[in-house]
Design a protein around this ligand. Sequence first.
Ligand code: SF4
Length: 219
Amino acid sequence: MALPRVNVKEILRILADLYPDAKCALDHTSAFELLVATILSAQCTDTRVNQITPRLFAKYPSAEALAAAEVRKLESVIGECGLFRMKAKHLIGTAQRLLAVHQGQVPSTREELMALPGVGRKTANVVLSNAFGVAAIAVDTHVQRVSNRLGLAMSDDVSETERQLMARVPEALWSAAHHWLIHHGRQVCHARSPKCDECPLAPHCRYVKERTKAVRQRA
Ligand code: SF4
């Protein structure tokens, strides 16, 4: 299916102006901490993860410490996070694989990252982009919604949305665009009530154009 004709260059320029300092909202000081925080962030807000990780990293500061964690004790540390039982198992499994296969270090390829328990393509892309400077677009719920509303992508499938965004956005802007779209989704283009009336992207937005057309047709 052909993608809608939208002014990609202008949309990216406006987003860059709106969010010049956009960056990963998960607090971290190393690739290991980012990997752990990103695994925790599934079905959990970044704010909640940032409340949990200081005590988590104080108790389990390395892959070695996390690999040796008792699952019940780890669950009690991350218990405020959604799906904490499954995540505790994934974190221990990931740490054990880091030790067994990667000398305790976080690998820097998508394939190696996705072989870790609890790490899907989105998590791998977050780590690649933010810890290793690899150009990548992690499609989370905000990126999926905002890019489809704008017409930068047109798919219900996150992998296809990622592919379409990579085809339309210059590679040098992939990582930045990922952060811009997340920030816009959090601050303006909310899931239930997007603030289109105050959105600088409205003149270029497919969602607004289609809504206007539908209103005209009903009149
Ligand atoms: S105009 Fe509305 S739907 Fe389009 S990006 Fe802005 S807030 Fe989202």
